[in-house]
Design a protein. Structure first.
Length: 146
């Protein structure tokens, strides 16, 4: 899949774009998701998890900060860490949860919602997904993948 700018018209298209994007991912990758509340970050992540055949319920871990799912890649299990930094207020909180160790681990795929609250701790080769509402149409999204 090419990186770039995409428009989705509904949740299913956002999910499908996440599914197609997941083909790029391998253990060690970090995906940073940016966007307003309700923009579609979790829906995009649901698509990624579907690609990796995650059986568990995928939802945003706003209160628990992190969910771990077990996916499948080339008939092997792969951990997928879904991290939600919405409630993080300062960088010291990242240290308390061991964010550095988690984010630089090479044995899992890390999906980080509200990545702007990572305070510059993300690796330089992190994929960046920016999801925004399309002007004049609250159902459509502009999704930029870098």
């Amino acid at each position: 899949m090419k990186l770039g700018k995409f428009t989705t018209k509904n949740q299913k298209e956002t999910y499908d774009l996440g599914f197609r994007f997941a083909d790029e991912l391998k253990p060690g990758n970090v995906v940073a998701l940016f966007g307003d509340l309700g923009a579609g970050k979790t829906e995009f992540i649901k698509g990624i998890c579907a690609y990796f055949k995650v059986d568990e319920l995928v939802n945003s871990p706003t209160f628990t900060i992190m969910n771990q799912y077990i996916g499948e890649l080339d008939e092997n299990e792969i951990p997928i860490l879904h991290i939600d930094l919405y409630r993080i207020k300062k960088s010291s909180e990242l240290k308390e949860i061991g964010f550095d160790e988690i984010i630089f681990s090479n044995d899992s795929i890390k999906l980080v919602e509200w990545a702007d609250k990572a305070f510059g701790v993300l690796p330089p080769d992190t994929y960046s997904i920016n999801i925004s509402f399309k002007k004049n149409n609250e159902n459509e999204r502009i999704i930029t993948i870098d």
